[in-house]
Design a protein around this ligand. Structure first.
Ligand SMILES: Nc1nc2c(c(=O)[nH]1)N[C@H]1C(S)=C(S)[C@@H](COP(=O)(O)O)O[C@H]1N2
Ligand SMILES: [Mo]
Length: 170
C-alpha cells in the first residue's frame, strides 16, 4: 500500500468512528427520555399519591432475573430492574394488611388483580422499569413500559401488566 491509500483508509476509519459515536449518543438520549414524565398513580385508604420516576427509583431499587413468556416467543430469562410493589404502596401510607385487593391498571385498560398477601411475598412482585439494563419504552415506541408489573412466580406472564398507569388498593 502506498501512502495515499493508507491515508484514505485512515480517513474512512475515522469517519466510521465518528458516525458510531453520533448514533450512540442519539440512542442514549432516547433511553433517558423513556421515563421523562412517566408517573404512576397510587390510590387507596384515602391516599392519592402520584409518583414520578425519580421518586420511584428511591424506593428500594433491585436487580433480579425473571422468566418472561410472551405470546410469540419461547420463555426466556431476562434481567430486570425495579422496586418491590409493596414498597410503593406502603411508602404512600397505605397498609397492605388492611386491604382486600390490589388492582394494577394499564393505559390500554388491561387490569390485573392481586391479593395483598401475594404483594407482601419476598422477591415476587415488582414494578419494573428496565429490562436487560435498558429503560422500558412505552406503548407508542413498541415497548412494554415505561413501567411493567413483574410477577416472578407467574410462569406464563399473563399478569405481567404492561404500561402500568395506576395502582389501586381496595
Ligand atoms: N397492558 C397490558 N398488559 C398485558 C397484556 C395486555 O394486553 N395489555 N397482555 C398480557 C399477556 S396475555 C401476556 S402473555 C404478556 C405478554 O404479552 P405480549 O406478548 O403481547 O407482549 O403481557 C401481559 N400483559
Ligand atoms: Mo398471553
Amino acid at each position: 500500500m502506498n501512502k495515499k491509500s493508507i491515508g484514505i483508509v485512515m480517513l474512512l476509519l475515522i469517519a466510521i468512528i465518528v458516525i458510531f459515536a453520533l448514533v450512540n449518543r442519539g440512542l442514549t438520549k432516547n433511553s433517558q427520555e423513556a421515563h421523562k414524565n412517566a408517573e404512576v398513580l397510587i390510590t387507596g385508604q384515602n391516599v392519592e399519591n402520584k409518583l414520578t420516576y425519580d421518586q420511584i427509583i428511591q424506593l428500594g431499587e433491585e436487580e433480579f432475573t425473571a422468566i418472561f413468556d410472551s405470546s410469540n416467543t419461547d420463555p426466556e430469562e431476562h434481567k430486570y430492574t425495579g422496586v418491590p410493589l409493596k414498597n410503593l404502596i406502603e411508602e404512600s401510607g397505605i397498609k397492605l394488611k388492611d386491604a382486600q385487593q390490589v388492582n394494577i391498571r394499564a393505559v390500554d385498560g388491561y387490569t390485573v388483580a392481586l391479593k395483598p398477601n401475594e404483594v407482601l411475598e419476598d422477591e415476587n412482585v415488582y414494578l419494573g422499569y428496565k429490562q436487560d439494563g435498558e429503560p422500558m419504552k412505552g406503548k407508542e415506541e413498541g415497548g412494554s413500559g415505561p413501567y411493567q408489573l413483574i410477577i416472578r412466580k407467574d410462569a406464563f406472564s399473563q399478569r405481567w401488566c404492561k404500561f402500568v398507569a395506576e395502582i389501586e388498593v381496595k
